[in-house]
Ligand binder design. Structure first.
Ligand SMILES: NC(=O)c1ccc[n+]([C@@H]2O[C@H](COP(=O)([O-])OP(=O)(O)OC[C@H]3O[C@@H](n4cnc5c(N)ncnc54)[C@H](OP(=O)(O)O)[C@@H]3O)[C@@H](O)[C@H]2O)c1
Length: 265
């Protein structure tokens, strides 16, 4: 029998996951701390209340369901307590982490920064990294260390327009939300238990380059940079491609930005 998939935390990525799953025959449910308010666009029989901070809601998760965990896995004591309710070792679980887990390697003086693969040292002082590593090592979670998520409604051109980012030599790694949603499902099916996979489109860019392209192609002018940033990271997605056979619908940031801009403009 096919296990239902529970999208734990249905925000930006979770909604795209729900959209993908709705086109398949795989049963799924989406959770929110306030499902009636935040999931009103989803059919009522697909919504579920779940709050990591409220143990009374944990029993809403059906036994044996596969999980795709889409919010920061913290604090550790709540993550551990929730994990004790996992009934069956057959359950598969994908956890969305962040490439900020590798913050320690961000302090390298090398430029351009060296490629970061899954063996790079982690910053275990971060609560979410503690939770992610607990789930990976103790519960067989397939951990996705995710780069910056962009897509419709999260348009890098808007980040430049509003001054959230500015032209610097800092490297940034990105993944389109539709590719991320597909990768979550690929990892649920094919990922190896207890493994971590970096998730990015594999094309790190500097903000200097993105801002110059924004000016040239879309006439978007960036605010002047007022700080000397770290070099950033260059995230390798080689493991994702070689071990999961991942391909990308949006491998080119600028083509994807053009599509987002024309749809939103
Ligand atoms: N945004 C980025 O660029 C980026 C980059 C790397 C990694 N990530 C990580 O990737 C994951 C998905 O990102 P996203 O931007 O799609 O996330 P998001 O839009 O913030 O969605 C996560 C949803 O989870 C629910 N949630 C939050 N805390 C919860 C809790 N304690 N218990 C139960 N539900 C909770 C919230 O929905 P309700 O309020 O409806 O409960 C929230 O909307 C997150 O872990 C994020 O940190 C994001």
């Amino acid at each position: 029998m096919t296990h239902p998939i529970i999208i734990l935390g249905s925000g930006y990525t979770g909604r795209y996951l729900a959209g993908s799953l709705a086109t398949t025959s795989r049963p799924f449910f989406a959770t929110s701390r306030e499902p009636d308010r935040n999931l009103s666009s989803m059919p009522a029989d697909k919504r579920m209340r779940f709050d990591l901070q409220q143990p009374s809601t944990w029993r809403n998760i059906p036994a044996g369901a596969d999980l795709i965990w889409c919010f920061p896995a913290a604090p550790l004591d709540q993550v551990q307590a929730f994990s004790r309710t996992f009934d069956t070792p057959a359950r598969r679980m994908v956890v969305l982490g962040s490439t900020s887990a590798y913050e320690a390697s961000d302090r390298s003086d090398e430029y351009p920064p060296p490629w970061t693969d899954e063996s790079a040292p982690l910053d275990l002082s971060k609560p979410r990294v503690q939770g992610e590593e607990f789930l990976r090592k103790n519960c067989g979670a397939i951990l996705l260390r995710v780069a910056g998520i962009y897509g419709p409604g999260r348009n890098p051109l808007d980040w430049i327009r509003t001054g959230r980012v500015s032209p610097t030599g800092k490297y940034v790694n990105l993944i389109h939300v539709e590719d991320l949603a597909s990768i979550c499902l690929l990892a649920l099916d094919k990922g190896k238990r207890g493994e971590a996979y970096n998730v990015s489109d594999g094309q790190p860019h500097t903000w200097n380059e993105i801002c110059a392209t924004a000016q040239q192609r879309w006439g978007v002018t960036a605010a002047a940079a007022n700080e000397n940033p770290s070099p950033g990271k260059r995230i390798s997605n080689a493991k994702l491609r070689s071990e999961l056979g991942c391909t990308f619908r949006y491998p080119d940031l600028y083509e994807a930005m053009a599509l987002i801009e024309s749809a939103e403009g």
